[in-house]
Design a protein around this ligand. Structure first.
Ligand SMILES: [Zn+2]
Ligand SMILES: [Zn+2]
Length: 348
């Protein structure tokens, strides 16, 4: 057991503050990681403020976009050695026995994964603590290798925002000849644009932020539709094979379905607070559908990291010291962020 410096929310009403946590010593399968960078995900805010159906556990150390370096290893670890660059994403354990775990879909473990933070380790009352912290201990099979030469501070958000958008695009075999719409142009949406265009699709961004139009084009989008402009929306009807829906707000879904071609699919990765109202009329007309997707498996996350390395794909990030984390939360809520914050953990 060792004491580790971190930043924690002690309750849903209090800002994050310096806090010491206890991490376990390395068991035989564990890797001890010195954390260098941690991305700030919008779910960190929802969790720290207990906004998701009262599921928050306090004290809470958020952070599930972790990049660091291996500092020590348990005696049966074979995937990593001391000094390797590594990453940790949204979960740190799964049952390893269910159909999904056996089918390389451990992120959909039937028992439920152990989340990187705000979870209990299986069969214990030990709370998991995330990456707003100096060090973390994780079983090697849930650790992602970061190839030499990757820009580590920019790679952090790939572990959640990256895999969340990569996985559904791969699931639908998005590629040349496909027209893909991306709704929302924030942390998730901008990664969706980069991935879909790199896979060969023609990408249209649907956004309320006209000021980000040039950014969208620079990132590989072919078209930009301002969703506040009715005329542009009508023109865009029946134009997409797939829509990657990253918006976490309730809105008129009939309008989103109207953008799809026959047999089109909405791939939803956003998490609005209230259930969507979806009319059957939107579905039966032109045989349309909607599919949900949550992060990706460990195998797929490694594949995504390697893909980003080979294709030079990174999120747009703004680095902050940990002392600015509460300000960063407010700026995310106010949409005053060009895509993703990453905390330089050497500031802690
Ligand atoms: Zn996340
Ligand atoms: Zn399982």
């Amino acid at each position: 057991m060792s004491k580790v410096k971190s930043y924690a929310a002690l309750s849903e009403k209090t800002p994050l503050e310096p806090y010491n946590i206890i991490r376990r010593e390395c068991n035989s399968e564990d890797v001890l990681i010195k954390i260098e960078y941690c991305g700030v995900c919008h779910s960190d805010i929802h969790m720290a403020r207990n906004e998701w159906h009262n599921t928050s556990i306090f004290p809470m150390v958020p952070g599930h976009e972790i990049i660091g370096v291996v500092e020590s290893i348990g005696n049966s670890v074979s995937k990593f050695k001391i000094g390797d660059s590594v990453g940790v994403g949204v979960y740190v354990d799964s049952c390893g026995k269910c159909d999904n775990c056996n089918d390389s879909m451990d992120h959909y473990c039937e028992k439920g994964v152990v989340l990187t933070y705000n979870s209990y380790e299986y069969g214990t009352t030990t709370i998991t603590y995330g990456g707003y912290s100096k060090k973390i201990v994780v079983k090697e099979s849930y650790v992602i290798g970061i190839p030499k030469g990757m820009i580590k501070e920019k790679a952090a958000p790939l572990l959640c925002a990256g895999i969340t958008t990569y996985s559904p695009l791969r699931y639908l075999n998005v590629g040349q000849g496909h027209k893909v719409g991306v709704t929302g142009f924030g942390g998730l949406g901008h990664m969706g644009v980069k991935f879909a265009s790199s896979m060969g699709a023609e990408v249209t961004i649907f956004s309320t932020s006209e000021s980000k139009k040039q950014d969208a084009i620079n990132m590989g989008a072919h078209n930009f539709v301002n969703v506040n402009d009715k005329e542009q929306l009508i023109k865009a009807q029946n134009s997409c094979h797939y829509i990657l829906d990253t918006v976490s707000a309730n809105r008129d879904m009939a309008q989103v379905f109207s953008l799809l071609k026959t047999d089109g699919r909405i791939m939803t990765v956003g998490l609005p607070m209230e259930p969507h109202a979806i009319s059957s009329f939107s579905l039966i007309d032109k045989r349309k559908g909607i599919i949900g997707s949550s992060i990706g498996s460990i195998v797929e996350t490694q594949e995504m990291i390697n893909y980003c390395n080979e294709n030079n794909i990174y999120p747009e990030v703004e680095m902050i010291p940990i002392s600015k984390i509460n300000e960063a939360f407010e700026r995310i809520i106010n949409k005053d962020i060009r895509f993703r914050f990453v905390i330089d953990m050497s500031s802690l």
